[in-house]
Design a protein around this ligand. Sequence first.
Ligand SMILES: Nc1ncnc2c1ncn2[C@@H]1O[C@H](COP(=O)(O)OP(=O)(O)O)[C@@H](O)[C@H]1O
Ligand SMILES: O=C(CO)[C@@H](O)[C@H](O)COP(=O)(O)O
Length: 498
Amino acid sequence: MSYVIGIDLGTSAVKALLLDKSGTIIAEASREYPLIHEHSGWSEQLPTDWVDGTLVAIRELVQTAGVPADSIEGISFSGQMHGLVLLDESGHPVRNAILWNDTRTTLECREIEQLLGSVLLTITRNPALEGFTLPKILWVRKHEPEIFAQAKIFVLPKDYVRYRLTGELHMDYSDAAGTLLLDVANKAWSETVLQAVGLPISFCPPLVESHAQTGTLLPEVAASTGLTTATKVFAGGADNACGAIGSGILKDGLTMCSIGTSGVILSYEQGSGNDFQGKVHFFNHGKQDAFYAMGVTLAAGYSLSWFKNNFAKGESFDELLKGLEDVRPGANGLLFTPYLVGERTPHPDAVIRGSFIGIDGSHERIHFARAVMEGITFSLNESVHMFRQAGKTVDTIISIGGGAQNPVWLQMQADIFNADVVALENEQGPGLGAAMLAAYGCGWFESLEACADQFVKIASTYKPESEAVEAYAGLFQIYQEVYAQTKGLNESLKSYRN
Ligand SMILES: Nc1ncnc2c1ncn2[C@@H]1O[C@H](COP(=O)(O)OP(=O)(O)O)[C@@H](O)[C@H]1O
Ligand SMILES: O=C(CO)[C@@H](O)[C@H](O)COP(=O)(O)O
């Protein structure tokens, strides 16, 4: 038997899956790592934490699986998007990575808009948003010139890990699309954008397809993980592109909901023709020459983790959420907006922060937990709503990510989205997508679609229930008002944040 490994370099943890040729998951391992929030709106991680976590997770995976090392043919990656890793001449990071949910770069976004005007949207298919990579590069250049002077090239999180495993530097199109430096439709670094911001093309790594082989494991990596130097390493993709592959979103009409640290509603696009005018992100897929559009909630799973860490410390999610199904839709009049680190879709706003509206003396912790989950799902519903307004049919949504582990949340998604919500046998779509890229890259299948037929396994479908759909339709309208009503208040509160 032959095997492949999929690594999902998430924001909360790295998760590794080992699968056989039938798409059965043989073993799983994961390692968490911390986020560093030095100031409100800042979010960093240590690139070495990602590498250490990945090596330990692979070692555990290989030991648990107990399969011969030389039967593990390939390995590939899914990675949290947009995070800036600056490398010096010897390939060492010159500072911490600045992550996708770091919103310190509002001024740099305005600068990019001034330099490029409407050309930016035409080339990169996306507006300048704080989370994207280019504004982070400009921020470091402006605020840390001595550190920036040491930087010779930039990569994204999973590219750095892959580099440390193989010694080779590459970036795939699906992740490059989130940098704001890629000509998305033409699949090339944009000389117009690079010139406008004064960066040389040598600052950008070579581009490859997500299923392309980019090397094999270095001897010291093989030794420390229990793999061999013959293990083929494939580029991999952005976590949302890989999530789409891992949930079979490989043709028009299919939609995915992912609740990880962030939350995403993603819709497949066969060509680059559809123009959403920057209202949703438009990126290259991990499937060659395909695309996807998506709306992003910055603090989706993060909002629930924040709630658990502060009000249920030491408890598991299952303990915190016990009795969730006994609270009716609307959490007894309590509404939450998940703007803990600002928001992206539909309100690109780095200053807005979250609210609980309607706190009542009868509310207990479980009402707050339900309100948090409903608020996250309402935020995602804004993206569903936008896609429907753009003429897309959204009647079935494949739900993945840590949030898909709770059946009450899956039913809540069906009721709020008013669509069938499909759960897979394993919620780790990005890791599965990464493993599928390795399986396809190894030549096990003639297409990603053929691989999906074998690997993507549906567990259950949640149907919308009419009474809850009606209740949520009314609550969603109230939810939509909270942003405008709290925007000014949050602007006034900004100077009190540290
Ligand atoms: N048992 C659970 N029930 C509900 N939500 C959960 C559960 N376990 C994890 N989550 C949610 O999933 C999130 C992590 O999802 P994951 O896909 O692993 O994130 P990432 O890829 O960003 O590291 C957590 O922040 C939490 O909100
Ligand atoms: O910024 C985005 C997408 O544009 C995020 O979706 C990141 O890619 C992080 O993903 P998770 O860690 O939440 O999976």
